[in-house]
Design a binder for this molecule. Structure first.
Ligand code: CDP
Length: 229
């Protein structure tokens, strides 16, 4: 297993992709990139600069014009990865409901996608990467050696995300989280530019009834299989 591969994990909102991807990357010594964090960072930038209306409509022209001013990096400290937007650690802020509520329309802007996809491809140039998102197996790395598509019922996903937010001290309600999950699924699946869909050669995982341990063990097996091909 000397040759490093590219691993693309796509799927629905809050399906546990990031947990799986992070764990696998740590275990096999690969770099992990959370592509959703990048869309969230652009959204936060747009919110900070009044480029999104009260009703949630992004000002596309302003956001496109600002793209060269948006620098996104990742920093690893004590084993946890943080998203850095123009030099500022925004990891906590980008996970807030306010950003979740605005991100999908921003992520639907083709120019935003082109810009972030190019950055993502640059991160993966050397392989040895696990990236999670919505279009990693279809658009970012169509030649990835291992592609996983994760799904679970909307209620299961909302429950997981709700628990996570509460544990982090956020005051979201379950109903609000469920509505956001369902709404984002719809926007992500129906947008014109690289919509959320399973790549033909992706392995489907429904983890509705799987524990974290089972899920991680399953993922490691798929990695070993892909390496032995
Ligand atoms: O963590 P969660 O499942 O809530 O979503 P995320 O991975 O943080 O992504 C947030 C949003 O970014 C998604 O709902 C998509 O609208 C967008 N996104 C995308 O369009 N393409 C990606 N590769 C990753 C995220």
């Amino acid at each position: 297993m000397n040759n490093k591969i590219t691993i693309a994990i796509d799927g629905y909102s809050s399906s546990g992709k990031s947990t799986m991807a992070k764990r696998l990357a740590a275990e096999i010594g690969y770099r992990y990139i959370d592509s959703g964090a990048m869309y969230r960072a652009v959204t936060l930038f747009a919110m900070q600069h009044n480029m999104i209306s009260q009703s949630g409509t992004p000002d596309k022209d302003k956001i496109i014009a600002a793209l060269p001013d948006i620098k996104i990096n990742f920093q690893i400290q004590d084993g946890t990865q943080s998203t850095i937007l123009n030099g500022v650690n925004v990891e906590k802020e980008i996970r807030q409901m306010a950003v979740s509520n605005n991100v999908s329309p921003v992520a639907a802007i083709p120019e935003v996608r082109h810009c972030l996809v190019a950055m993502q491809q640059a991160f993966g140039k050397e392989k040895g990467i696990v990236m999670d998102g919505r279009d990693i197996g279809t658009t970012v790395f169509p030649n990835a050696e291992l592609k996983i598509f994760v799904k679970a019922s909307a209620e299961t996903r909302a429950q997981r995300r709700f628990k996570e937010l509460i544990e982090k001290g956020s005051r979201a309600s379950y109903a609000e989280v469920l509505a956001n999950v369902v709404h984002r699924d719809h926007l992500d699946e129906t947008r014109e530019e690289s919509p959320l869909r399973q790549a033909e050669d992706a392995i489907l995982l429904d983890n509705s009834n799987m524990s974290l341990e089972e899920q991680n063990a399953w993922m490691l097996e798929r990695y070993k299989e892909a390496c032995s091909k």
